[in-house]
Design a protein around this ligand. Structure first.
Ligand code: MLT
Length: 322
């Protein structure tokens, strides 16, 4: 009996080993938890294309939206741990959401980190017709128009929402939040003048700022961006300390074999080393983490540290998913 069991164990281990060796044998899906056309979707598509070349299989993007990204992340938590369904997300989906939603999964223990991906700060942007020439004038306008002013967000707890709550707290402004399925569709409404402001990731806003279809007042970072040197930092523009860096990562369901995680990490690292990918990231204000920070371990450590830092802050700010 014991011999039979050992044979069975060896057989199962052999099959798992063989599948990790031949992986991937079919297309891989990366679940983006926000609407197509937004910053998460755009970053995922650039990386997926390059990762697919390294892996020898197509990497497909699926946008699964709702509850500020927590529906899409949940889809991956429940997927088979075989390396064919992955979760891309960021500071709000994989950190902040745990503080404001009653998630049916544990962000740290139900996912296996694969690689830390680029990060970007946010721009404080408004519709073009808003009559403010700088951030102080924007704040004055928001105060004078408190009952009508609107800010687009990607839902309660999204990066654009949490940043706007901080902006309100620091500046003493009040405006109404308009939730979208991502800042891609929110941006369309900002350009059309249907909403007034967004605190939006630079990668999403940059093309519109450069095209002059919206106005940018400040960047939520300590230094100006090399790709947008004319836009002042929040410290320079009058909202000191509103630093937010939206860092991205890639995760697999818990229990995904280690050698599959290693293959995926290698493909993500190769993508981030590709000069064409690096150039695109630079243009959009996305910063690629240093090579020693691109590991699965570095992503896991960052996520844990950010949960410890942000959960008390987000809970104290009474941001809820309602
Ligand atoms: C998106 O992809 O739409 C964004 O990451 C949303 C956000 O968190 O602001």
């Amino acid at each position: 009996m014991r011999k039979l069991m050992l044979t069975a164990v060896a057989l199962v281990a052999g099959i798992a080993g063989a599948s990790a060796q031949t992986y991937p044998t079919r297309p891989i899906t990366i679940v983006v938890p926000f609407a197509a056309g937004g910053p998460s979707d755009a970053l995922a598509r650039v990386l997926a294309d390059r990762m697919g070349r390294s892996l020898g299989q197509q990497v497909i993007i699926e946008d699964v939206v709702g509850a500020s990204g927590s529906i899409g992340v949940g889809r991956v938590v429940r997927a088979a741990p075989d390396g064919y369904t992955l979760s891309i997300g960021h500071w709000s989906t994989h950190v902040v959401n745990g503080a404001i939603y009653n998630l049916p999964y544990d962000l740290l223990n139900d996912l296996a980190p694969i690689a830390r991906l680029p990060s970007n700060p946010q721009f404080i942007v408004s519709k073009k017709s808003l009559p403010a020439g700088n951030l102080k004038e924007l704040i004055a306008w928001l105060k004078a128009n408190a009952s009508e002013a609107t800010a687009g967000t990607a839902g309660a707890g999204s990066a654009s929402h949490v940043a706007a709550v901080y902006f309100q707290n620091i500046t003493g402004t009040h405006f109404t939040f308009v939730p979208y399925r991502g800042t891609g569709p929110a941006m369309n409404d900002l350009i059309a003048g249907h909403i007034d402001v967004i605190i939006d990731q630079t990668s999403n806003s940059m093309p519109q700022v450069k095209a002059g279809t919206i106005k940018a007042y400040a960047v939520t970072a300590k230094e100006r961006l090399a790709s947008a040197p004319d836009i002042p930092t929040v410290d320079e523009a009058g909202v000191p300390g509103l630093y937010i860096s939206v860092w991205y990562g890639l995760w697999a369901p818990k229990g995904t074999p280690k050698d599959i995680i290693a293959k995926l990490n290698a493909a993500a690292v190769e993508a981030m080393a590709d000069p064409a990918v690096r150039k695109r990231m630079d243009t959009f204000g996305l910063e690629i983490p240093p090579r020693d920070q691109q590991s699965a371990e570095a992503l896991g450590a960052l996520q844990k540290a950010e949960i410890e830092k942000w959960w008390p802050i987000v809970k104290a700010a009474h941001i809820t998913g309602e």
